[in-house]
Write a protein that binds this ligand. Structure first.
Ligand code: UDP
Length: 316
């Protein structure tokens, strides 16, 4: 296949590009480096089946992209960490709305498969636990996180509209917290924040009392799920994430143990609208994709620590 990947220089998309190229596909990656990084594409630099175009997909796509015909379009571009989308709320809203439309038009033109990477944030601060795909969510439409949540909800809506109106073969992944190499050390998310703090021997900053929960999926598991979904005929959203749930305080303890850090724990105020609980119900992904995460938190964090040690050493 020839595959168009938006947000190619981002954390998850860059791993997806690696996987697609490894499977023998040809990839055209697009990114404007708002939050992505050229280093994430280092492994693909100069590869004969990988091309890169620097562009913001919220703007009309340039000829250097539209001159190609695609078999699949993956819309993966968006700021994704709370820090990043709070700093870039308009760009976040535009990439889910205008960006989705621009990429859906390519899929429609080429009769290509289309995959949207959506988010567990569609469930907001969920009142149903664990979250099933049929739950409509509890989102504050005017809160600080709404730029991300509503952008992705709009992206899902326009994806379904292109499927219903034009028969585009669409898929929607709702991705839960994912971690691994190529996360930005300073993107503010809890995995890089705690690992960076632990490796420096600084206190781990737990927001609130740390009783809020998250479930962490290692990136290779996630990419396997996305790859399977890309080949499936399921049109409605599918949760992809690891169902093992931890409180943030438990997670801080795990990081301390794993890194052997003698960091203390300090408590900071809980950000507004921070979801209190999050765990995916992955029965649907198991049933229709035969997918289940395989990498334990210990294994995944060990790989991630090794990556962060390497990155911090290189920047010292
Ligand atoms: N969090 C924390 N300390 C940090 C960063 C995040 O306690 O330094 C908490 C945050 O309040 C949230 C959870 O960790 O409850 C996950 O945050 P993250 O930004 O990684 O992703 P989210 O799931 O909120 O999108």
């Amino acid at each position: 296949m020839r595959v168009l990947v938006s947000g190619a220089a981002g954390f998850i998309p860059s791993h997806m590009c690696d996987r697609l190229v490894a499977e023998g596909h040809e990839v055209v990656g697009v990114d404007n480096f708002l939050t992505g990084s050229p280093e994430n594409l280092e492994s693909l630099r100069g590869h004969p089946r990988f091309r890169f175009v620097e562009h913001d997909v919220s703007e009309p796509l340039p000829d250097s992209v539209t001159a190609w015909r695609f078999d699949a379009v993956l819309h993966m571009a968006s700021p994704a960490s709370p820090k990043d989308y709070l700093e870039n709320p308009i760009e976040t809203l535009m990439v889910g709305s205008a960006g989705s439309r621009n990429l859906l038009e390519v899929a429609r033109r080429d009769d290509a498969r289309y995959l949207l990477t959506s988010t567990s944030e569609c469930y907001g601060d969920p009142l149903v636990h664990p979250q099933v795909e049929t739950y409509w969510g509890n989102v504050n439409p005017v809160g600080p996180r709404s730029c991300y949540d509503e952008s992705k909800r709009f992206a899902e809506a326009i994806t379904m509209a292109y499927h219903r109106k034009y028969g585009v073969r669409t898929s929607i992944a709702r991705i839960f917290n994912t971690y691994g190499p190529r996360m930005q050390l300073n993107d503010g998310r809890v995995v890089p924040a705690f690992l960076d703090q632990a490796l420096r021997g600084e206190p781990l900053t737990v927001f609130g009392d740390g009783s809020q929960t998250r479930s962490f999926c290692y990136v290779s598991d996630l990419v396997e799920g996305l790859y399977r979904l890309l080949h499936s005929d399921e049109r409605y959203p599918v949760n992809l994430g690891n169902p093992i749930e931890l409180t943030i305080l438990e997670f801080a303890e795990r990081i301390r143990r794993l890194t052997g850090a003698n960091s203390t724990i300090v408590f900071h105020p809980l950000p507004e609208d921070d979801p209190k609980q999050r765990r995916p119900d992955i029965s649907k992904a198991k049933r229709i994709l035969g997918w289940t995460p395989k990498v334990s938190l210990e294994e995944g964090l060990t790989e991630t620590v090794a990556y962060f040690r390497k990155v911090s050493a290189a920047t010292r």
